[in-house]
Design a protein around this ligand. Structure first.
Ligand code: ADP
Length: 580
């Protein structure tokens, strides 16, 4: 008894140390493949046989070898039948012949006994280890099988863990590549360059060597452009396709789903003319969708070999198409914006030309009308009665208004065409504003509007065209007066802010709708319908002011709340010479 006990204890120790050693060997595996190789060697050692093959399930009972310990050749694939198949199904070991494993029917194989050891995984298809000594009918005692099961369980565990690590690594690589391509293709907003960059960089993301992009016209009825890699264009010239010819593209776009075509020459829904012409072997067709609109389609294809698409390949291709769609959409929007901007600039130029023409052509006739009316009014051409005089007075007033408007128009056009001379002199803002306020104070008093002035004497002098700058202040003060009801308040202030002086004219008037705030500076614009109730000017004062301010290198803008009042601001850059 004692002796047996002692012997068993000794055996157990050996058994544990062996187990630990095995564990250590498995734990050192660096990849799934390496782990399979180690497992095959360990199992062969534990069973005391020469060879071990580990087969992994492909489909149903078909298996492919993933590790082969001391197997010279052959045995790449196996088809499990009979007891071998049962063994896997029941998750139990079994001893079989070569036939049940679908192995070559050789003399040696016929003599060999094979032990089938299922290896079960948590998340991947099952594997099976086949242990044998070629040409020999080896015995497999129960305790050997028991040990092998333990090794198999631990091996499977290690392989599972490693496959997670592999998966993580693959994902990380994919993300890196996606990030890199995103970086490359988003560097440009130029439409041509953006598509070119996608086409040239796509092969870094997928296994497919070429990328082509077909884009639809905005109505989605025609292919308007085809972008192919330079290499392809060099070979085939500029590619053009008709939409009705592109079978696979249309399916992808209509169904808004990618097509994964592993065998293009055998694929029914594809134009075989194009397959032959470009030499497609495998292809992925991806609809390009941005803001829910199909912009076109992206082709990724190989010409040198057939490709089997893994989950990763599919995911990367789809991620690439998503990014490409956004980049193309943005580039298109940008291009459209640029075009609209050009058009607007043209329109603006036309407006200015019109201003120049009209102001020039009206000036003389107006002067003539004014002159003759004055002659009539003064009685130089014969005596007039009071009614006639009164009407002539009205004519003169209106001619003056018109002349004023023509003057402003010519001013706007002159500034715009850059023939706008500024005679800059050092000016004290507080003196300039003081003078204006004195001249205008009676107007404010008449309307019972309080006028406050806050221009510190300490402000540095500004270098401006005095007359022009006075015109800006006058326009702003006039507007404040005009658009502020009786009893309100207007204040003018100036502040020293680092490199510029900011002047503000605040009123408690009717205000300006937010949407009009930018437009009032562009000329001929009246904010909101309510504002016309009192006075409707030509809508040029602010346009002229803007041009004068900008001519001085400053900015002008307004803030306002409807019904509460407005504040107009403009800046005058400090002169480098007289900065204090
Ligand atoms: P005008 O006063 O001759 O119409 P402006 O160019 O000076 O032309 O002003 C353009 C428009 O901006 C005005 O018609 C008016 O709608 C709005 N506006 C300008 N100043 C004020 C203000 N202080 N308060 C309210 N609305 C203003």
């Amino acid at each position: 008894m004692g002796y047996r006990g002692h012997y068993k204890k000794f055996d157990l120790e050996r058994w544990f140390s062996q187990l630990l050693e095995n564990t250590a060997i498995m734990d050192m595996a660096s990849s799934v493949d390496d782990a399979y190789d180690r497992l095959a060697t360990l199992m062969a050692g534990a069973a005391g046989v020469d060879s071990c093959i580990i087969f992994q399930q492909e489909v149903d009972n078909r298996f492919k070898a993933v590790a082969r310990h001391a197997v010279a050749e052959g045995f790449d694939r196996a088809v499990l039948t009979g007891e071998a198949a049962e063994s896997l199904k029941k998750k139990m070991p079994a001893i079989t012949g070569a036939k049940e494993l679908g192995l070559p029917d050789t003399e040696a194989n016929r003599r060999t006994r094979f032990l089938c050891m299922p290896i079960l995984f948590h998340k991947r298809p099952a594997s099976i280890a086949i242990l044998f000594s070629p040409g020999k009918s080896v015995e497999f005692p129960a305790d050997t099988i028991e040990r092998l099961s333990i090794i198999a369980v631990h091996g499977a565990h290690t392989i599972d863990e490693l496959s997670y690590v592999d998966e993580l690594k693959r994902r990380r690589d994919e993300l890196r590549r996606l990030y890199e391509i995103q970086r490359r293709i988003t560097q440009t907003i130029d439409f041509e360059k953006a598509t070119e960059s996608i086409v040239e960089n796509a092969p870094y993301i997928t296994k497919l060597k070429y990328c082509m992009i077909y884009l639809l016209d905005p109505a989605g009825r025609n292919i308007v452009s085809v972008k192919a890699p330079t290499e392809v264009e060099r070979k085939f010239g500029k590619l053009t396709f008709r939409l009705d010819e592109l079978v696979a593209s249309r399916i992808a776009m209509d169904e808004r789903k990618p097509l994964f075509i592993e065998d293009a020459p055998a694929y029914p829904n594809i134009s075989q003319r194009i397959v032959r012409m470009l030499g497609f072997k495998s292809a992925i067709v991806l609809p390009l969708i941005a803001r829910e609109k199909v912009l076109g389609v992206m082709w990724l294809y190989s010409t040198d070999r057939k490709v089997t698409f893994s989950e990763d390949d599919r995911r990367s291709a789809m991620a690439l198409a998503d990014q490409a769609a956004i980049v193309i959409d943005n580039a298109r929007i940008f291009k459209e914006l640029e075009e609209s901007y050009e058009k607007l600039k043209d329109l603006d130029k036309m407006k200015m030309d019109f201003f120049t023409l009209i102001s020039h052509e009206l000036r003389n006739p107006l002067a003539v009308i004014r002159g003759f009316t004055e002659l009539l009014y003064d009685g130089m051409l014969g005596p007039l009665n009071d009614r006639q005089k009164e009407k002539l007075q009205r004519i003169m007033e209106n001619v003056d208004k018109m002349a004023d408007m023509v003057g402003k128009m010519s001013e706007v056009s002159i500034v715009e065409t850059k023939r706008y001379p500024l005679e800059r002199v050092p000016v004290s803002l507080s003196d300039m504003v003081g003078g204006l306020v004195r001249e205008m104070s009676f107007l404010f008093k008449n309307k019972r509007i309080t006028l406050k002035v806050d221009i510190p004497q300490s402000l540095p002098l500004v270098e401006v065209d005095r007359e022009k700058m006075e015109q800006v202040l006058l326009n702003l003060l006039n507007n404040a007066l005009k658009y502020t009801p009786e009893g309100g308040e207007v204040s003018i202030a100036a502040r020293d802010q680092v490199n510029e002086i900011v002047v503000s004219v605040h009123d408690t008037g009717i205000g300006i709708p937010r949407k009009d705030l930018d437009k009032i500076f562009s000329g001929f614009y009246h904010a909101g319908y309510k504002l016309s109730y009192e006075y409707k000017g030509p809508g040029l004062g602010l346009a002229v002011s803007r041009r004068i301010v900008e001519g001085h290198g400053g900015r002008i803008w307004a803030e306002s709340e409807e019904g509460k009042g407005s504040t107009f601001y403009f800046t005058i850059p400090k002169s480098p010479i007289i900065k204090r």
